[in-house]
Design a binder for this molecule. Structure first.
Ligand code: NI
Length: 167
């Protein structure tokens, strides 16, 4: 297992669409292990494969408070099959440095996909879990949370980023 480098905005790979996983082979299992290591090391509560430069439709997440141990969740080829309601949550991302912003999303989502053994999973999520699933699945489609905020806020972020890169 290894901690991988996390790609940060504006890395082109974050704009790309990840491809469905056709076979859950040793390479994919290794990628999942490394994604989990990378997420825990960051630390973060969710990570999509694009963020480590791999264009496979895989997300990992763990919303368990640290003191309660780890509960790694993996979804391969995740898909939102139902969504309802509306919710605003202050989001941040390991790929968007030094920034957080309120983002409006669906309050409840149903997500289907496969676990790392290839068994079908169906997750009915609300609140933070619903936010995390939508945020991570967005990554697989090349979408960042800053793509879901106003143009004004996005341009302010870009200016802030440029300044911090010059330092
Ligand atoms: Ni993210």
């Amino acid at each position: 297992m290894a901690v991988l480098e996390i790609q940060t905005y504006p890395a082109p790979v974050l704009k790309e669409k990840a491809r469905p996983v056709a076979a859950i082979d040793a390479e994919i299992q290794c990628l999942i292990d490394n994604m989990a290591d990378t997420m825990y090391n960051a630390p973060g509560i969710g990570l999509a494969a694009n963020q480590v430069g791999a264009l496979h439709r895989i997300i990992v997440y763990d919303l368990t408070p640290k003191e309660n141990g780890r509960n790694l969740n993996v979804i391969i080829n995740p898909e939102i099959v139902a969504a309802s309601g509306e919710l605003v949550h202050n989001e941040a991302c390991l790929s968007v440095l030094d920034y957080s912003c309120d983002v409006k999303r669906k309050a409840c989502v149903t997500v289907t996909g496969l676990d790392r053994e290839g068994k079908p999973v169906c997750i009915e999520a609300k609140d933070l879990l619903a936010v995390v699933l939508q945020h991570e699945i967005d990554h697989l489609d090349g979408v960042l949370f800053i793509d879901r905020i106003s143009r004004l806020k996005r341009s302010l972020y870009k200016r802030q980023l440029q300044k911090s890169l010059k330092k």
